[in-house]
Design a protein around this ligand. Sequence first.
Ligand code: FAD
Length: 534
Amino acid sequence: MNPTSFDYIVVGGGSAGCVLAARLSQDPSVRVALLEAGPADTSALIHCPAGLALMSRMPSISQGLQTVPQPGLNGRQGYQPRGRTLGGSSSTNAMVYIRGQHADYDHWAALGNPGWAWQDVLPYFLKAEHNERVHDAWHGQGGPLNVADLQSPNPFTQRFVQAGVQAGLPRNPDFNGATQEGVGIYQVTHKNGERFSAAKAYLTPNLSRHNLQVMTGVTAEKIVLDNGVARQVQVLHDGARRTLSATREIIVSAGAFQSPALLMRSGIGPGAHLQAMGIATLRDLPGVGENLHDHPDAVLCADAPGHSELFGLSLAGAGKALQGIWQWRGERKGILTTNFAEGGGFFKTDAAMAEPNIQLHFVIAKLVDHGRQMQLGHGCSLHVCLLQPQSRGSVRLASTDATVAPLIDPQFLSHPEDMAQLLQGVRQGQRILAQPALREVSQEWAASAQAKTDAQLEHWIRQHADTIYHPVGTCRMGQDAMAVVDPQLRVHGVPGLRVVDASVMPRVVSGNTNAPTIMLAEKAADLIRQTGRA
Ligand SMILES: Cc1cc2nc3c(=O)[nH]c(=O)nc-3n(C[C@H](O)[C@H](O)[C@H](O)COP(=O)(O)OP(=O)(O)OC[C@H]3O[C@@H](n4cnc5c(N)ncnc54)[C@H](O)[C@@H]3O)c2cc1C
């Protein structure tokens, strides 16, 4: 924990934090500290893609948070896992590489965020990316983040793609190209059969830089203001409290739940809530913790007896898993290179819509309760998620103790339009499962298949839906009274402090959120450097 003074302190070593630490420390004249609450990313379960299946059993690297009871989910509490290690959630996620729709970013700009339209952000997607297969104007070459096709795609996933085509969707070989609509196999953040997290892409190659100090096991308790300017971070390390100073900026990249929590513990947030928690309000920012939203998702399961190429508990499956371990250790190929959510697609529930409003993830196992319940026998699952939910919730402090999880309330399916669209999406998912390519070998579970009326299906959705792990928006950028950061991602009214992570997204992108968060941090690094030079 020496030295204690830096030019920049980045709090949170996740998708955004790794990018910032690497980009800012490219300048050898500045000293950068990266603080990460979790441990180093040494576990083999991080690097072996199929280790994803065991993440919920690894609390030391994947924190299993919970929502407050959700009326829209019939009172159930949602599960909210978050990576807690170098790489953050990019070390524990499903590795699907998706950017969202061009219109998402044009919408951000239209909300009062100049510089964030599609044409502005595309150069940063390109800068970040090295795409192994696609060489065209939509994709980058030579960037730190390796994007690849699956090393050993499961043959069963092709059945899903065929079924999607049989249901009338176009085949799409590149969801990040000119058009998102259609079905296909996802590209993944992998390299040579291993997960390629933000830590692997940005941090690991730069750990020897003398001006970059990466500190793990360090929890930021609060940002300390001096005359209203962010100057220090108070941290907990090995049970001891320390203070680290930043001469230029402190950048909060603790993710959509912990970034607003850290601001609130620091006295930056909604005054009434801070007062109720006994925290002195240093900057009354009512938007901190508001605007929480996330993709609600319902998973259809199907049995596929005898298809032991799919994951599942059986003698044949156990044999294949053992063979897979051997193969992955030897040549980084085989079934353990799967990200499980191998296939997917995007479609509109109403042909009049300008863009798809539903995303599919096809999983080569029966996925129940986020994979926390093991299933006997083999089968597959189809995640159906709503891309632009209108429900909005919040994050609030449960305690002033930084080690206590905040209260997470996404208000899932509280907006009637969300249920209406998700229901149509699930019906289309069922139509895909019923196409010959899948129907011949698998059978949808009775609980969803027997939900014939809309009321029955709505009940099934409220009993089973939950997150697909894309919370955003709790420190949203903008220039109105409820915005937390400005379009340069500087916290309104607190010089020396920025937030850079998924929490600043004003509206969730129409797709997975890792690549967009990395893009955001790439752009932020340029914005920070420009300020540093001014
Ligand atoms: C199970 C799962 C599956 C997913 N699948 C996909 C997918 O396939 N594709 C995709 O694009 N996206 C996926 N996502 C979403 C994506 O990974 C996240 O949106 C993205 O990683 C968020 O990046 P971030 O920088 O905002 O936060 P994170 O990457 O979560 O990083 C936050 C970091 O801050 C640290 N931290 C928090 N509080 C403190 C503190 N007080 N002091 C110090 N450190 C702190 C945390 O430990 C963590 O390392 C998935 C997410 C999960 C959880």
